[in-house]
Design a protein around this ligand. Structure first.
Ligand code: SF4
Ligand code: SF4
Length: 164
């Protein structure tokens, strides 16, 4: 028996301004123009993701590094071509957030998030870069307040997701 994920369905519907999602008629133009679908047609399909989200069916395949969701590069081409003005990328953001909450986010995302949590920024300063900046006469880069960054991230429950 097919089980319907009502939370997924509601979140996908809520992500769309003006309730446009229900007007998707599966024309497939989003998939036609998607650069990821062009190179990986068997692994990524925005039209299919929209259909499964709308119906509340299992769009997650339960695997880490789930390309069927994370393959989207957010180039926005599908948003621009959709004749029904559906904001596909908003829905795909919901799917990615749900994937992270399920512990199925790709390692490269969680590793990057962990670095930001620990260092207060995405790319911590390296001694070699500092030296090069000094040679070029560039000013020192101010370090962020890690405590303040963590306080903000804790509000988003990132610490729970990352098990910090
Ligand atoms: S282009 Fe728009 S209407 Fe057509 S399948 Fe994609 S989301 Fe649905
Ligand atoms: S935003 Fe994502 S789904 Fe849409 S065309 Fe670009 S890569 Fe494909």
């Amino acid at each position: 028996m097919v089980s319907v994920d009502y939370e997924l369905r509601k979140k996908a519907m809520d992500a769309n301004i003006k309730d446009a999602l229900k007007y998707c008629y599966q024309c497939g133009r989003c998939t036609d123009v998607c650069p990821v679908s062009k190179v990986a047609p068997d692994r990524y399909n925005p039209r299919g993701n929209i259909m499964l989200s709308f119906l509340g069916l299992n769009v997650f395949n339960g695997q880490k590094n789930n390309f069927a969701i994370w393959g989207c590069t957010v180039c926005d081409t599908c948003d621009e071509i959709c004749p029904q003005k559906i904001e596909l990328t908003e829905i795909f953001t919901v799917l990615k957030n749900m994937s992270i909450a399920r512990g199925e986010g790709p390692d490269y995302y969680t590793t990057q998030a962990s670095t930001i949590y620990d260092a207060g920024k995405a790319i911590p300063m390296q001694p070699a870069i500092e030296k090069r900046r000094e040679q070029l006469g560039l000013p020192k880069v101010e370090e962020p307040s890690v405590e303040e960054v963590q306080k903000i991230l804790n509000e988003t429950k990132l610490n729970v997701i990352l098990k910090k």
